[in-house]
Design a protein around this ligand. Structure first.
Ligand code: PMV
Length: 318
């Protein structure tokens, strides 16, 4: 039996503007993972999505089925024939929540299937395969999710450029709070595209500032000046609100985190649902987590951001 796993991720700065070629930064969330296990079994390749209670043969699955798509792409890449095996996927990541669940599943499946066939996929190969599946889900993905998840390192990302892993000068805590509202990245990206088509100059200025914030955030993080990171996250959130991808429920979470002493807070990922992140000093962590729950978060996780992917402790459910 082979098992491979991949982490979730959060975007710290630059979601949406990254689609238009501006830089963004993202970090893996090592404690929230998708896992794929594969073992020999007769009859071809059987895929089992344990959380969704779905089970099917690869040969019967439609092209757009994400597990089938990543399995087919991996076999093609390795020039391998379909093995006789059963591959089971489990994920701790909420689906449609901006935490990279789709890319994490793809990377875990590609690596497990490759391992079963006697190959280890490096980060670049796993990322490239997951990107092909992201295209099926999202239409025009920037590639940031598959990149940070396959590399499992903090990444400074510009679409089309070689991703840069960057150094965390001083580890810092993030709280991740799930609004419980499903978020469609495809829909959010479409909405932003429509708005920018209507007001290109205004949106170009927003995107440029968001890219600048990602650049400044990277400098700040590498320098270990975590306090200075908070206002950058806050400004990024204000711009995301201008883009039209926030929601009253997300605004409540962001406001509650700041009022309880977070250094900064913002929505993360596509928005219109999904998660917010709050930057917290360790001594305010519990109070801010509680404030987030009071403000409606259905789950709150904490993660320590550091170069070795951080430990993560579930801070409980409401
Ligand atoms: O998959 P999500 O919800 O984390 O969104 C990815 C970030 C976007 O910038 C909104 C889209 C993209 O392709 O980069």
């Amino acid at each position: 039996m082979f098992e491979r796993s991949a982490p979730g991720k959060v975007i710290l700065c630059g979601e949406h503007s990254v689609v238009y070629g501006y830089p963004a930064i993202a970090v893996p969330v090592g404690g929230l993972r998708a896992r794929a296990q594969i073992e020999p079994a007769p009859g071809g390749l059987r895929l089992l999505a344990a959380d969704l209670d779905e089970e099917f043969w690869l040969r019967d699955a439609p092209v757009e089925q994400p597990l089938a798509a990543i399995a087919r792409l991996t076999l093609e890449q390795l020039d391998a024939v379909e093995p006789d095996a059963v591959l089971t996927v489990r994920s701790e990541l909420p689906i449609a929540a901006g935490l990279g669940s789709g890319a994490a599943v793809s990377v875990a499946v590609a690596r497990a299937l490759a391992a079963f066939l006697g190959h280890e996929l490096d980060a670049e190969a796993a990322s490239a395969l997951a990107y092909e599946v992201e295209k099926i889900h999202h239409g025009t993905p920037s590639g940031i999710d598959n990149t940070v998840i396959a590399w499992e390192q903090p990444v400074y990302f510009v679409k089309g450029a070689t991703p840069e892993v960057f150094t965390i000068g001083a580890p810092f805590w993030l709280l991740i709070a799930n609004s419980g509202i499903p978020s469609s990245t495809r829909e959010a990206v479409r909405r932003v595209r429509q708005r920018q088509d209507a007001e290109p100059a205004v949106y170009a200025a927003y995107f440029a500032r968001m890219g600048q914030l990602a650049y400044e955030a990277r400098q700040t993080i590498t320098g270990g000046d975590i306090r200075a990171l908070g206002p950058l996250l806050d400004e990024n959130h204000a711009l995301l609100r201008q883009l039209g991808v926030s929601l009253p429920a997300l605004e409540r979470l962001v406001a509650a985190a700041r009022a309880a002493g977070a250094l900064g807070a913002k929505l993360t990922g596509g928005g219109m649902g999904g998660n917010v992140i709050a930057l917290v000093r360790v001594e305010r962590k519990a109070a801010v987590a509680e404030a987030l729950r009071q403000a409606g978060a259905v789950q709150v996780w904490e993660t320590l951001v550091e170069n070795e992917h951080g430990t993560q402790i579930n801070a409980g459910e409401r």
